[in-house]
Write a protein that binds this ligand. Structure first.
Ligand SMILES: Cc1cc2nc3c(=O)[nH]c(=O)nc-3n(C[C@H](O)[C@H](O)[C@H](O)COP(=O)(O)OP(=O)(O)OC[C@H]3O[C@@H](n4cnc5c(N)ncnc54)[C@H](O)[C@@H]3O)c2cc1C
Length: 489
């Protein structure tokens, strides 16, 4: 092996300007890497928190820990609402002087590796081609909505839209509205629009496990307390420790663990309490699969709203749409003016918005035909210098903003390595990735996630979205395995 020379700083393209892309930009800048650009399809930063402006949209993890690890902030609520989160993200671009690195309204269509030059060509929807040494995908997991799958959907004469595409001009007052789905977004939308609509039908294929959220605005006295940095940090540390411990010790997603059973009991007691006078609703809303088998729904207002006289829970899946209505699986049609599809995202179809080609023209989606995987959710064999933030198996057991931050630190460490040694490419070893995924899948197969119908699974039924061992283990593995698991070329 010859002596390697120090080379010019790698050129980096980041795709996506959600919390992940913003963190990557801040990390690169702080580390002295300035030759980078963030390409974002939307007209501004924020990702999830820009495009989801439906009524009631707010985070379901306490904002003290669902916030950027490097940016301390006083939120006005325990769980920030979408506009506050969006402002927080937007301000971050200016506070860290990274705004000029962002290009908005630029949709990336293809990323292609060149074996000869050891560079990527990033092609945008406008046909522009950017050459770079390193690509960071920060396209998120819940950014590509599922289209309506029902026969007849195209014939509907009213308005139909996905929760992520809430039209600016829609007026629901006095209308007959169907919300399809009872997941996290539906549980926020239904209580927020029930007052204004004439009639609301909520279509449920399968109930979720619901727990009270206890979200609230901070009182003036609390805000005064939280304006002291030490108080804020104390609260944050307490919540982080509680969160971490909850995933390491008798984790809630481990079937029949102490926390799993306690969670189930609390959810059942909550059903008993709210629906004491409505046994029909209680029966329809009681899940028949283990607690945590789907993403838990946290809300204080969804269940009570279902008891309103202008709201009807339809405990059936939708089987079709007509010009004027929506048909459930029993064949019954309800006439509606508006259909809101709260049916989620192509979560397990990672990087669904672009094509990616690696060494020897290898197609990433072809490689992932049986289900997406990556080494520590971050790197994939045969795809040198490509990093995925919030990639496969990173969701679920730690505030995602911290996962982003740890992954961005991994990218920066590898960039420094390229700069120091002169190597042109760094790639994770197949052998390490295979072994890692075998162990991971074995551990995941014993969770409640494996037993529920959820968006966590790939085409073969294996769990491709979830991480189960908390932030500390994830961070340690990233740090310790970064070098031994990869090869330099
Ligand atoms: C309604 C909703 C509520 C949520 N609530 C919570 C919560 O309470 N707690 C929690 O932990 N998580 C929650 N999530 C998950 C949330 O997505 C993550 O927490 C986090 O915001 C992900 O950030 P990200 O930057 O990785 O991805 P995103 O925020 O999804 O950002 C990805 C960005 O990439 C852009 N992009 C995608 N493809 C391309 C392309 N080809 N070219 C250019 N740009 C592209 C998108 O436009 C988007 O701006 C929620 C998700 C949704 C949809």
């Amino acid at each position: 092996m010859g002596v390697k020379v120090s080379s010019p700083p790698p050129r980096v393209v980041v795709v996506g300007a959600g919390l992940g892309g913003v963190t990557m930009a801040v990390k690169l800048t702080k580390a002295g890497f300035h030759d980078f650009v963030v390409l974002e399809a939307e007209e501004g930063a924020g990702g999830t928190w820009r495009v989801n402006d439906y009524p009631g949209c707010e985070v379901d993890v306490d904002s003290a820990i669902y916030s950027l690890p490097y940016r301390d902030h006083v939120f006005t609520r325990t769980h920030a609402k979408q506009p506050e989160l969006l402002d927080y993200i937007e301000e971050t671009l200016d506070i860290y002087h990274v705004r000029e690195r962002f290009r908005f309204g630029v949709r990336v269509e293809e990323i292609r590796w060149d074996d000869q030059t050891c560079t990527y060509t990033v092609r945008t929807a406008d046909g522009e081609r950017l050459e770079c040494d390193v690509v960071v995908s920060a396209v998120g997991m819940l950014s590509d909505p599922k289209p309506p799958p029902w026969p007849g959907a195209a014939t509907f004469q009213g308005r139909m839209f996905h929760t992520q595409k809430w039209p600016k001009d829609v007026d629901l007052s006095g209308r007959r509205v169907a919300v399809v789905g009872v997941g996290a977004s539906a549980a926020q939308i239904v209580p927020s629009i029930a007052d204004e609509v004439k009639q609301l039908y909520v279509f449920q294929r399968e109930p979720g496990w619901v727990l009270p959220k206890h979200d609230r605005d901070f009182s003036e006295a609390e805000l005064r307390e939280l304006s002291k940095r030490s108080k804020r940090l104390g609260r944050k540390l307490k919540l982080m420790a509680k969160n971490e411990w909850a995933y390491l010790y008798h984790p809630v997603f481990q079937v029949n663990s102490k926390r799993n059973l306690a969670g189930r009991d609390r959810a059942l007691a909550y059903l008993d309490e709210v629906f004491a006078d409505r046994p029909d609703l209680k029966a329809a809303l009681t899940p028949q699969y283990p607690f945590s088998g789907k993403r838990r729904i946290l809300t204080d207002v969804f269940y009570p709203t279902l008891k309103r006289t202008n709201v009807e829970l339809v405990p059936h899946e939708v089987s079709g749409v007509t010009a004027t209505g929506i048909v459930d699986s029993t064949g019954y049609e309800r006439e509606v003016d508006v259909i809101i599809t709260a049916i989620g995202y192509k979560a397990s179809d990672y990087l669904s918005s672009l094509r990616v080609y690696g060494r020897g023209g290898r197609d990433l989606h072809e490689k992932w035909r049986d289900g997406a995987f990556a080494f520590l959710g971050t790197t994939v064999p045969e795809f040198p210098n490509l990093y995925l933030l919030y990639g496969p198996n990173t969701n679920g057991a730690a505030p995602i903003t911290y996962v982003h931050e740890r992954q961005a630190a991994y990218v920066v460490a590898n960039l420094k390595r390229m700069l120091r040694t002169g190597v042109k490419s760094i790639e994770v070893k197949s052998s390490w990735t295979d072994r890692y995924n075998k162990v991971l899948q074995r551990r995941l197969s014993r969770t409640a996630w494996a037993q529920g119908n959820n968006y966590f699974k790939g085409p073969k039924g294996q769990i491709v979205t979830q991480w189960r061992d908390g932030l500390v283990v994830f961070s340690l593995l990233l740090k310790l395995l970064r070098r031994p698991a990869s090869i330099e070329r």
